[in-house]
Design a protein around this ligand. Structure first.
Ligand SMILES: [Cu+2]
Length: 465
């Protein structure tokens, strides 16, 4: 496969490749009590068709992305983890309202898992839905290298569908030899702008992913953005789409306007699609980048229809315990000013207790701040009693979008009442309130999920006693 170092061509040539011999599996079910083991290691993966240039990656169970893990709601699961990497790591179970000790944030909720060592993850997911797991150490490198996978918590009674499909979208920056562009790790340009944006898009580790479908089928499609920093602007040509869950949590079903769905890094959406195309036809899912649209996947209709008429059943998912939470009207307000980055106007900030000017901060790669503090503060942003209603009053006072992620809790963004999320996109200059009940004891991270921004200082924490 030939590559041009120009981003647009790069993405196109990626799509020109045939589907990879992907190791992506349809899912490992943990419905019995048997533990499912995860191992992180370095290895090789063939993107596209270029068998001669396998890419050096880091992966879980030698799969890009890691295996889809399906677990039952409300039952304890045991996932023993082995670190076969040559560097420390940890696993975060993104979006799960989990026991703090299992949240997988190295140096906050657990010590890093050292090379050759093991850690036993054991937790009981309270809510069904689409989640994911990923490294929470040196994410700007380890996530870029491939350490991410999909975690599905099954409903007690899932809605009937003909197919339950996963669609984990990732963004890689590869060089001409199909190797990870490691020279740009730590690039201050990336860190101070939009983060590490790639030149090669995959769905479940494949380029030009195709799904075999039949006319009249109802499918569930679980969309995940597992990229380091790219906001995925998706365009579906299928007309009969309902969004039924966001960030794992059921929502009142709605149809996306003009087939457009935007997912910030870390965000998910569950769709129910009634496939209304003719037998033998196809429809596509495109990624919109600026004024261009690139096909990233396609539904290919078989010659026979599954049914003549589309199903006329409602598409709502069963409610999670979280959906029954009523937010009060009285909150403890916590301001969160997001500052820094290129063209951000931040002149100085505090780092490790020292006031530093922006030139010094740039030199050490710390260019993003919450409330004037760069990097992980020794004191929490707030410390509250369990059950306190929090309103995080976010002011994105810089020139870049950010994907705010709160660990261990879901929140309601005041812009979209009734929708519980764990990651919220703030456009440049946008203000908004993230409201939730701090009801999960422990120390929890708040950070931008554009992981270069987190590495550049955009993180803090809170404590629930
Ligand atoms: Cu950010």
């Amino acid at each position: 496969m030939k590559f041009q170092p120009d981003r647009r061509n790069f993405i196109k040539s990626g799509f020109a490749g045939l589907t990879a011999a992907a190791l992506f599996k349809s899912g490992v079910s943990l419905s019995n009590q048997a533990p499912f083991r995860l191992t992180a290691s370095r290895g090789q993966f063939v993107f596209g068709e270029d068998q001669e240039n396998p890419t050096q990656v880091m992966y879980y169970n030698q799969s890009i992305p890691g295996p889809v893990i399906r677990i039952p709601r409300g039952r304890e699961v045991l996932i023993p983890f082995h670190n076969a990497l040559d560097e420390p790591t940890s696993i975060h179970w993104h979006g799960i309202r989990i026991d703090n000790a299992m949240d997988g944030v190295a140096n906050l909720t657990q010590p890093p898992v050292l090379p050759g060592q093991d850690f036993e993850y054991r937790f009981t997911p309270p809510d069904a839905g689409t989640y994911w797991y990923h490294t929470h150490m040196r994410s700007w490198a380890q996530l870029a290298f491939g350490l991410a996978g999909v975690l599905i918590v099954e409903e007690d009674e899932p809605p009937p569908v003909d197919q339950d499909l996963v669609f984990a979208i990732d963004d890689w920056r590869l060089d001409r030899q199909m190797q990870m562009d490691t020279g740009s790790f730590g690039s201050m340009h990336d860190w101070s702008h939009g983060g590490r944006l790639g030149n090669f898009i995959t769905v479940n580790g494949e380029t030009e992913k195709t799904y075999d479908v039949a006319s009249g089928e109802r499918i569930r499609l679980r969309l995940l953005n597992i990229a380091n920093a790219r906001i995925m602007n998706l365009l579906f040509s299928e007309p009969r789409i309902s969004i039924v869950a966001i960030d794992g949590q059921p929502v009142e079903a709605f149809t996306p306007e003009a087939g457009r769905i935007v997912l910030a890094p870390g965000q998910r959406a569950d769709l129910i699609i009634d496939l209304s195309g003719d037998p033998g036809s196809s429809s596509q899912i495109e990624l919109v980048v600026g004024e261009y649209a690139y096909e990233i996947a396609r539904f290919v209709y078989g010659p026979k229809a599954r049914r003549k008429q589309l199903l006329d059943l409602p598409v709502e998912l069963p409610q999670n315990p979280l959906n029954k939470t009523a937010l009060p009207t009285d909150f403890k307000h916590v301001p969160l000013l997001m500052q820094g980055g290129a063209m951000g106007g931040m002149r100085s900030a505090t780092y490790e207790g020292k006031q530093m000017d922006i030139r010094e901060l740039v030199k050490i790669g710390k260019v993003w701040a919450f409330n004037g503090i760069v990097g992980m503060p020794s004191d929490p942003l707030f410390r509250v009693k369990r059950g306190t209603a929090i309103s995080l009053d976010v002011d994105n006072d810089n020139s870049w979008p950010h994907a705010m992620h709160i660990h261990g809790h879901h929140f309601v963004h005041d812009r979209s009442p009734g929708i519980w999320r764990d990651t919220a996109l703030f456009e440049r200059g946008e203000k908004g309130r993230l409201q939730f009940i701090a009801d999960n004891p422990g120390k929890w991270l708040i950070h931008c999920h554009m992981v270069e921004h987190m590495a550049g200082g955009m993180l803090t924490w809170f404590e629930v006693s």
